[in-house]
Design a binder for this molecule. Sequence first.
Ligand code: TRP
Length: 365
Amino acid sequence: MGKIILTGDRPTGRLHVGHYVGSLKRRVELQNSGQFDEIYIMIADAQALTDNADNPEKVRQNIIEVALDYLACGLDPAKSTLFIQSQIPELCEMTFYYMDLVTVSRLQRNPTVKSEIQMRNFETSIPVGFFTYPISQAADITAFKATTVPVGEDQAPMIEQTREIVHKFNTVYGGNLVEPDILLPDNKACLRLPGIDGKAKMSKSLGNCIYLSDSEEEIQKKIMSMYTDPNHLRVQDPGQVEGNPVFIYLDAFCTDAHFEEYLPEYQNLDELKAHYMRGGLGDVKVKKFLNNVIQEELRPIRERRREIAKDIPAVYKILEEGSIRAEKKAAETLAEMKRAMKINYFEDKELIAEQAARFKSESEG
Ligand code: TRP
């Protein structure tokens, strides 16, 4: 059996460096590793609508932004199928059948859904579609027989729930669905990149993001204003690196080569951290270094994005062709599922013969 990747993002905004280190960069590496037989990257517009029902325009506008971010980072339509979730109606059909295999209490226990309900003040009135989106996410993954789902840590409960649904489907119907594995970043700092304000997570709604498409000036302004150790008031004070976003970003982005290039007084990040903890190293110096590191990483992405954006119709064409390819695969899986569930009446010659025989003997008897 082949190795297949499926992953995706909700189009509710441009993608930021949290998406980048948490998943996007890894996808491109996996794509170029040649180790996967099929790769599907989905813009999850239908899922985005589960909590943006009254704002379809936002979703519509951000599809192209996310597609540009994908292509700018190096996702290559010749190697990866880029597609739009809502264009694959088979996913809705699968979701409907999976709903029979999941209980309300199991959904209520999903920690990601739980915290999202709180964040959105949905406690008293949760849209059903939002509440059940983990089931639809199981359809996204299984429709493509994905073996590997590269995502951020917050998505772990979704993959867990998908595995349960697959297990149940295969047990109940004797199906042949694939239990996917999650693929998390190796680097701990990339698991959950904090916002520039030091809040636990970088997120558009908190307004604490560095976007892949930010200009050089915007990035610099954001980095120089970053939250650091609030007790590190004077340069000579000892500072804390743990939980300090500037150092977490360095953990996520910098290599020894960056020191050679931009800060040759230090060999590596350990030396820089030791100096900060000892005292005598100012925030501004560390931030300037971080700025150099991040600018180096994002500059080529931004420039490619600008190039690709010169031909927007071509980007829609990529998504359209990807959606056609993706639908073909989902339709194959759905047909297998319906066979396993015995709801494939018209291709089930045995059933038709059996019923014919039954009614014949009844009329004769
Ligand atoms: N829930 C994911 C997010 O919020 C998006 C998503 C939808 C997804 N379906 C998926 C991710 C399937 C991986 C696999 O970013």
